[in-house]
Ligand binder design. Structure first.
Ligand code: DGL
Length: 280
């Protein structure tokens, strides 16, 4: 009899979410996963609230149609602009066959804000993110709930995603844009001792960010935070865990060219992958 596959869906606007998926897979290898990168419509960071919401919803619905009971929005911009609407408006009203109320969609902002305060000694943290995430103020609002004493400074880095998506993250041209934004952030407050890479693409720039930042800066990527949080979630929700199949399977989908995706994805995921094209 064929194995019933109900993978955990992991969504991102492009390649960036693979930096999150690799940590999740490392922590929880037994589950089945399907990754969907909306490469044909990336970047999301410069798009309106409505556009990001509709693109994200379309991708989430597709992941549901492939059997996912749980979908992680491994994209800060989608988490900031689409998650709440999907959770509150869409899940309760999905077609009866899709059984919306029993499905779950989780984002990356809440798990990150639950722990960020533990890393700072000075009480000042810097958030590096897309313009969409920064203007949504989601990090400022969520951090206030968990660490009200923490001073939060934000810097939008609109050039960083194109640099990464175009394979220029190690180039000397990238140095200029990395320094520019780190300097602007540090000009807001010299006491910042913790930088959050609040965009899934930015871990590829981490060496340059480390060089540009003052010494002894703590630089946080989200992958391990999301992986720990998902493990904890599945433990606390055995009814969801029971609906996630565990055969160790991985599938990768892209809305753009599968050949291009496979060529680029290795640096994000850490190992070669084979994707399939998805026409939305
Ligand atoms: N990876 C997305 C994030 O975490 C942003 C990339 C984009 O602009 O599409 O915010």
């Amino acid at each position: 009899m064929a194995k019933k596959v109900q993978p955990i869906g992991v969504f991102d606007s492009g390649y960036g979410g693979l930096t999150v998926l690799r940590e999740i897979v490392w922590k929880l290898p037994q589950y089945d996963y399907v990754y969907l990168g909306d490469n044909a419509r990336t970047p999301y960071g410069t798009r309106s609230f409505d556009t990001v919401y509709h693109y994200t919803l379309e991708c989430v619905q597709h992941l549901f149609s492939r059997g996912c009971r749980l979908v992680i929005l491994a994209c800060n911009t989608a988490s900031a602009k689409a998650l709440r609407n999907i959770q509150q408006l869409d899940l309760p009203t999905l077609a009866p066959g899709l059984d919306g109320p029993s499905r779950r969609v989780l984002g990356v902002i809440r798990p990150t804000t639950e722990v960020i305060g533990k890393y700072s000694k000075t009480g000042s943290v810097g958030i590096l993110a897309t313009r969409g995430t920064v203007t949504s103020e989601s990090y400022v609002v969520e951090i206030e709930k968990f660490f009200p004493e923490l001073a939060v400074y934000q810097e939008a880095c609109p050039m960083w995603v194109p640099l990464v998506e175009n394979g220029e993250y190690a180039s000397s041209g990238a140095d200029y844009f990395v320094r520019q934004h780190i300097n602007r952030l540090m000009d807001q407050c010299a006491e910042i001792d913790t930088l959050l890479l609040a965009c899934t693409h930015y871990p590829l720039l981490i060496d340059k960010i480390r060089q540009a930042a003052p010494p002894n800066m703590t630089i946080l990527s989200q992958g391990h935070i999301i992986a720990d949080s998902l493990a904890d979630y599945l433990e606390r929700h055995p009814e969801i865990d029971a609906q996630c199949s565990k055969h160790g399977q991985r599938a990768f989908l892209t809305t753009d060219s599968a050949e291009d995706f496979d060529r680029q994805a290795t640096v994000f995921y850490g190992e070669p992958i084979q994707s399939a094209h998805l026409a939305l």
